[in-house]
Design a protein around this ligand. Structure first.
Ligand code: CS2
Length: 485
């Protein structure tokens, strides 16, 4: 018998104090839920949200407008326990994509004195930084555009710089910038993108931003797969007809560096952890959760699985991620007292086994060039420095290289990555050891400090050799046998 708890939203209209860039499913099921609960507790207030889509998906903006910006989030503990929450924290939605008519409205909303915080979920590539070095990609065509046309920017850093310029010119205090994407030191990275772009336009503005704007780091966590026809059907069975609804897991975590000179909601009352140093939490989450996700994605897709749930029903894959977590990721983590990494890893296995999330492996496999450095490679460097084994990650890199061909024993699949054309080119002209060398030479992905290490190169070559000559099952067995478990 399915248990459905329903939480309608009833508080009076809040004023807008937060502008969010990146109106995706994650934002709607994570940050907006924390704000919803905060607003409900206060009976409204000053932290309503204006959310903007700055890339694609005008349809979602239109849908939300048609329903007064209200929508539902279904939080699944498992298929028997679900909470259905109505969200009214969104007060305004804007479409500011390439051809978006709301760009000026968005910039003015960001420049409005009532806006005290701008939050972001624009994915790793949205910051236009080199994943390996963290420096702004000044040759990125959109950054080139934003340097030449600062008043009508295309990128997230460009929007932040322009809105801050308007506030500075009008004598309005800046907003705080809160990055909510899965990157290490995400506040620092955002600061880097914004100040480097501002410096290319106006040194005085860049100096003011460096001095006055706070960029707290944060760690965000909730599994929120992209919606599919099947997930909308599941919602219909709960009596929820809402084309802007999202489904996520019941678990949710948000750890934030407490640096908000312009004020902030009292969201610690809703379980947000306000800390002085987010780094250990972020590294733990990136290496254990996201690192395992990426392993499941590339290896699972090559094996022929479709979702995380399917992959978790394959004992060989569960063995792989258990070995990876215990032997290659956990020994690299230094956590504050009271954090039990074994319990965290066990909880992750249980979360991945959630039978109500249709989390497609191809979705997680997207943008690997942007994700692998922080999920796998920084930990691998740390592990090599300890003299530890790295066979799971070497195998993961080999599986990723193979996945990037767009072909597997299961047939053709789409490769969705900013480096997609480069991958196609490399696969078209090389194979075997030469192909592996060419991939390891992608400087935006693999830092020289790692590829200079013979142990790493050899391990990837060996894994790829087994994968390409004996198949994925043999390579998978070899990766887990190399560990001492
Ligand atoms: C996933 C994340 O798509 C991916 O790369 O690993 O979106 C993951 O589901 C979230 O970070 C969970 O908090």
């Amino acid at each position: 018998m399915r248990e459905v708890e329903r939480y309608p939203s009833t508080y009076p209209k809040p004023i807008i104090g937060i502008v969010h860039l990146g109106l995706g499913a994650f934002h709607r099921a994570h940050q907006a839920v924390y704000l919803e609960r905060t607003l409900a507790r206060h009976g409204g207030g000053e932290w309503g949200i204006c959310s903007a889509n700055i890339r694609s998906n005008r349809v979602l903006v239109d849908q939300l407008r048609a329903q007064g910006c209200r929508y539902h989030v279904a939080e699944y503990r498992d298929s028997e326990h679900v909470a259905l929450r109505e969200i009214a924290a969104l007060q305004e939605v804007l479409y500011a994509g390439e051809d978006g008519e709301d760009k000026e409205a968005l910039l003015e909303r960001m420049a409005d004195p009532a806006t005290r915080m701008v939050t972001l979920t624009v994915t790793e590539k949205g910051y236009c930084l080199s994943p390996a070095t963290g420096q702004l990609r000044v040759d990125d065509p959109n950054i080139v555009h934003d340097i030449r046309t600062p008043h009508a920017p295309r990128t997230a850093p460009g929007l932040l710089v322009e809105a801050l310029r308007r506030r500075h010119a009008r004598g309005i205090a800046p907003f705080t910038v809160l990055c909510c994407d899965n990157m290490p030191d995400n506040g620092q990275r955002t600061r880097q993108a914004v100040t480097q772009l501002a410096a290319a336009q106006d040194e005085r503005l860049a100096a003011w931003i460096s001095q006055e704007v706070a960029f707290p780091c944060s760690m965000v966590d909730r599994i929120v797969p992209a919606m599919t026809d099947a997930s909308f059907e599941t919602l219909r069975q709960l009596g929820c007809e809402d084309s802007a609804a999202v489904i996520g897991e019941a678990f949710s975590q948000w750890v934030i560096e407490d640096q908000f000179p312009q004020g902030r909601p009292d969201w610690e009352q809703e379980g947000v952890q306000m800390v002085t140093d987010v780094r250990p939490f972020e590294t733990m989450k990136l290496r254990l959760l996201n690192g395992s996700h990426s392993l499941l994605a590339y290896v699972g897709a090559l094996v022929g699985h479709t979702t995380v749930y399917d992959a978790m029903n394959d004992p060989a894959l569960v063995r792989l991620i258990r070995h990876y977590m215990k032997d290659e990721a956990m020994p690299t983590l230094e956590m504050p007292a009271g954090i039990d990494l074994n319990a965290y890893a066990d909880d992750l296995i249980a979360r991945f086994r959630n039978d109500s999330l249709q989390h497609r492996l191809h979705q997680i496999a997207m943008d690997g060039s942007q994700k692998l450095p922080q999920r796998w490679l920084s930990g691998t460097e740390a592990r090599l420095a300890q003299g530890g084994g790295i066979s799971c990650i070497a195998f993961g890199v080999a599986a990723w290289i193979e996945y990037c061909s767009g072909q597997s024993s299961q047939g053709a699949h789409e490769v969705n990555d900013p480096l997609r054309d480069t991958f196609a080119e490399l696969h078209a002209h090389r194979q075997g050891g030469a192909l592996v060398e060419a991939f390891l030479g992608l400087m935006d992905v693999f830092p020289a400090s790692l590829t200079e290490q013979e142990g790493f190169r050899q391990a990837v070559h060996q894994a790829y050799r087994v994968l390409s000559t004996q198949g994925i099952a043999a390579a998978l067995a070899e990766a887990t046998n190399n560990n001492n478990h």
